[in-house]
Design a binder for this molecule. Structure first.
Ligand code: UT7
Length: 326
């Protein structure tokens, strides 16, 4: 059975930047607190006329250019997001139409910050099974539209953006070597957008109480994130019989620099071999890994044959890791 590999990457960040100093004017916070507690310095924020699908389209065009393919060469569209254009149709469907691709399956994956890795694992399986040949996998979020701008414990963390990859069957030993994913809904209330679904439909009251925004018990989530990201990384390394020192580049989800540092410390992966983008983009949930991967590729930090480890944890709870040979 042939594996699946990435043949193109692309990312897009909205033009407008919101700095920590801007946030000092909105809530009772400081640049110093945000930088030392999270590692974030600034984040990008969408313009009024942008939606999740338009961010993906911008990123996808760059990925297609790198892969030297046209939209019509794509036969499946997977979009990981918790901030879709509309509850339905899926953002994947809107992306397909915007790219002029007709008739191919398109759907969204909802696994919060682990969403892109969930999408990658699904894409890998579809290609291995022969169900698809060339898949556009994206992670996209407009978290600033589901942020409570009066809650300093969350509004300083999130940003907007999209990252995409194109996957196809591998013709050599490159591609995904091993993956691991998991979820635990019993802890779902610790990181949640409470209203807007069938459990708590929108009412004037839910809007007034800011229940359509992200609620997070940060320090609880932090502990689980460190544990589960370590577990997921260990599982994929053991499965592929690879030692941490063989990893050329580690690309973790960018939620907090202290979570990243705790994870690499456990594995003895040095900071130089770790992609850190949180200072410039903040936490963009499912988009942080594909954006960081695209930056790494374009900065020449990944070369043919390199082992690359992706690792994420997010709301659900969900977690996952993927090890690939570039
Ligand atoms: O992306 C998917 C998963 N998400 C994560 O993995 C996020 C995990 N959690 C975190 O990254 C961290 O928990 C946070 C960055 C969210 C918070 O950092 P913390 O070190 O856990 O802070 P804390 O919530 O324990 O709060 C410490 C103090 C509190 O004050 P008191 O009670 O000690 O007086 C907070 O009120 O910091 C205060 N605080 C702030 N102060 C200034 C919380 N937010 C802010 C703020 N500015 N923005």
């Amino acid at each position: 059975m042939k594996g699946a590999k990435i043949i193109g990457t692309g990312s897009y960040l909205p033009e407008k930047i919101l700095t920590n100093f801007d946030l000092e004017k909105i809530v009772d916070t400081s640049d110093e607190w945000i930088r030392t507690r999270t590692g974030i310095e600034e984040r990008h924020i969408v313009a009024d006329d942008e939606a999740a699908s338009s961010l993906v389209v911008n990123a996808a065009r760059k990925a297609m250019e790198m892969a030297s393919i046209k939209p019509q060469d794509i036969d499946t569209i997977i979009c990981a997001t918790i901030s879709p254009d509309t509850p339905f149709p899926s953002t994947g469907c809107w992306v397909g139409t915007a790219l002029g691709i007709e008739g191919v399956p398109a759907f969204d994956v909802s696994a919060a910050c682990s969403g892109f890795l969930y999408g990658l694992i699904v894409a890998d399986s579809l290609i291995k099974a022969g169900t698809a040949k060339r898949i556009l996998v994206s992670g996209v979020e407009i978290l600033t539209r589901i942020t409570n701008w009066t809650d300093r414990t969350t509004c300083v963390l999130f940003g907007d953006g999209a990252g995409t990859v194109i996957m196809e069957e591998s013709d050599d030993d490159s591609g995904i070597l091993s993956s691991y994913w998991g979820a635990d809904g019993s802890l779902g209330d610790l990181l949640i957008q409470p209203a807007g679904g069938s459990r708590m439909p929108p009412t004037h009251e839910t809007v007034d109480k800011n229940l359509h925004t992200i609620y997070m018990k940060g320090n609880e989530v932090f502990k689980h994130a460190v544990r589960k990201m370590a577990l997921a990384a260990e599982k994929v390394l053991v499965k592929a019989n690879i030692k941490p020192e063989e990893i050329a580049l580690f690309i973790p989800h960018q939620a907090n620099i202290r979570i990243i540092d705790a994870t690499i410390k456990r594995f003895g992966i040095p900071r130089e071999k770790t992609m850190v983008t949180i200072d410039k983009i903040g936490n963009i949930s499912s988009a942080t890994i594909p954006i960081s991967l695209d930056w790494a590729v374009r900065e020449g930090r990944i070369k043919k044959g390199d082992l690359v480890l992706l690792d994420a944890f997010g709301g659900g709870f969900t977690w996952g890791a993927t090890l690939m040979r570039w």
